[in-house]
Design a protein around this ligand. Structure first.
Ligand SMILES: NC(=O)c1ccc[n+]([C@@H]2O[C@H](COP(=O)([O-])OP(=O)(O)OC[C@H]3O[C@@H](n4cnc5c(N)ncnc54)[C@H](OP(=O)(O)O)[C@@H]3O)[C@@H](O)[C@H]2O)c1
Length: 311
C-alpha cells in the first residue's frame, strides 16, 4: 500500500531539506577553469545538474563536441577580458592552470575573480608543495600559486593531489601496439590518486560550506610502483604485458620529444624523489571530504581497460 499523499509530500520535503542541508542548499554560480581537462570535465559533469556552471575553455566548439556540460564559455588565461566576462558574478571558482612557465596565467585568473566578486577559490595544487626537499620547477610554481591565492584575501581551499593514476595513459600506445610498458625507476612507489576522486572532492568543496582556509592532501589508498601498475593494466586488458625499465637518459630523451627542457628537468627531479621514497605516504584528504576510502589503482585500471586496448 502506498503512503497517503500528505505523508509522501512530507517525506519528499524532508529528503529535499536533508539534501539542501548537506549541499548548503543554494543554487550557486560556479566557474570551472581547465573545464575540458581531466579534473575540470568531471567537476563540470558533477555540478551541472544542481548549479549554474560556467565551463571555461579556449575552444568551446571542440569542448561541446567532447560532451562538456554546463554553460561553455570561451576564455584564455592570457586574455584578461575573456576571464573578466567568465568570472563576473560567480560565487565560486575552480582554479586549474597547467603551465609552470606562465605564472601570469594564475595572476590573470585571480585578478578577474577578485574583480568579478568571486567569494571562494578552490585551487588544484600539488602535494609536493608541503615537502621542503621538492624544489623542481613545477612544485615551486604551485607553491608560489598558493601564496598568490592566499594574498588575494578571497576565501580559498587547496586541493593537493599526488600523481594522477591517469598519467599511465601515456603508456596506452605501446601497450596497444607492442604489449610493452616502458618507464623509469620500475620499483619506485607513488601513492597515486584517481582523478575522479579529485573531481568529486572539488565538486563537494565548491558547493558546500565549511572548507574555507583548509588544505586537503589527496592520495590513493596505497603506494604502487610502475612495475605493479603494469601488472594491474595487464589484468585489465586481459593479456600479459612486458615491463621495460628506462634509464634516466632514455626517459629524458623521450620527454624531450614532448616537453620543453625546463619541464624535462623537472620531470627527472620528480622521478628521482619518487625513487628515493618521497611520494609513497598515504594521506586522508579524500576520506575527510567524501567520508569514503579513495579508489584503488586496480579499479582505475579496470574502468579504463578499453582505453588501453583501443589506443
Ligand atoms: N597530472 C598529475 O599527475 C598531477 C599531479 C598533481 C597536481 N597536478 C596539477 O593538476 C593540474 C592539471 O589538472 P588536469 O590534469 O585536470 O588538467 P589538464 O587535463 O591538463 O587540462 C588543463 C586544461 O587547461 C586548459 N588550458 C590550458 N591552457 C589554457 C589557457 N591558456 N587558457 C585557458 N585554458 C587553458 C585546457 O583547456 P582548453 O584546451 O580547452 O582551453 C586544458 O584542458 C595542474 O595544475 C597540475 O600541476 C597534476
Amino acid at each position: 500500500m502506498s503512503a497517503p499523499t500528505g505523508l509522501r509530500a512530507a517525506h519528499r520535503q524532508a529528503q529535499c531539506a536533508a539534501r539542501a542541508d548537506r549541499d548548503g542548499g543554494k543554487r550557486l554560480t560556479i566557474a570551472v577553469t581547465g573545464a575540458s581537462g581531466t579534473v575540470g570535465h568531471a567537476v563540470t559533469a558533477l555540478l551541472a545538474p544542481r548549479h549554474r556552471v560556467r565551463a571555461l575553455t579556449r575552444d568551446p566548439a571542440r569542448a561541446a563536441r567532447r560532451g562538456l556540460g554546463g554553460d561553455i564559455v570561451g576564455a584564455d588565461f592570457a586574455d584578461r577580458a575573456s576571464l573578466a566576462r567568465a568570472c563576473r558574478g560567480a560565487d565560486a571558482l575552480l582554479l586549474v592552470t597547467s603551465d609552470p612557465l606562465r605564472p601570469d596565467h594564475e595572476d590573470n585568473v585571480l585578478a578577474a575573480a577578485r574583480a568579478g566578486g568571486v567569494r571562494h577559490i578552490v585551487k588544484v595544487s600539488a602535494l609536493a608543495v608541503t615537502e621542503p626537499d621538492a624544489q623542481d620547477l613545477v612544485t615551486r610554481w604551485q607553491r608560489e600559486n598558493e601564496e598568490r591565492l592566499r594574498a588575494t584575501g578571497m576565501e580559498w581551499t587547496l586541493l593537493r593531489p599526488r600523481a594522477f593514476m591517469s598519467k599511465t595513459r601515456d603508456w596506452a600506445p605501446s601497450i596497444a601496439r607492442e604489449s610493452v610498458v616502458r618507464a623509469l625507476y620500475g620499483d619506485s612507489r607513488v601513492a597515486c590518486v584517481d582523478p575522479r576522486d579529485i573531481s568529486e572532492v572539488a565538486a563537494r568543496v565548491l558547493s558546500t560550506p565549511g572548507h574555507a582556509g583548509r588544505a586537503y592532501a589527496l592520495t590513493g589508498p596505497a603506494a604502487i610502483s610502475p612495475r605493479e601498475q603494469c601488472a594491474e593494466l595487464a589484468a585489465a586488458v586481459g593479456r600479459p604485458l612486458d615491463f621495460v625499465e628506462l634509464t634516466p637518459r632514455e626517459a629524458r630523451d623521450a620527454w624531450r620529444r614532448r616537453y620543453p627542457e625546463p619541464l624535462v628537468r623537472a620531470l627527472l627531479e620528480m622521478s628521482r624523489r619518487q625513487a628515493a621514497g618521497g611520494k609513497a605516504a598515504v594521506a586522508d584528504g579524500i576520506e575527510q571530504v567524501l567520508g569514503r576510502r579513495p579508489t584503488t589503482f586496480r579499479t582505475w585500471a579496470r574502468d579504463h581497460g578499453d582505453h588501453f586496448r583501443a589506443a
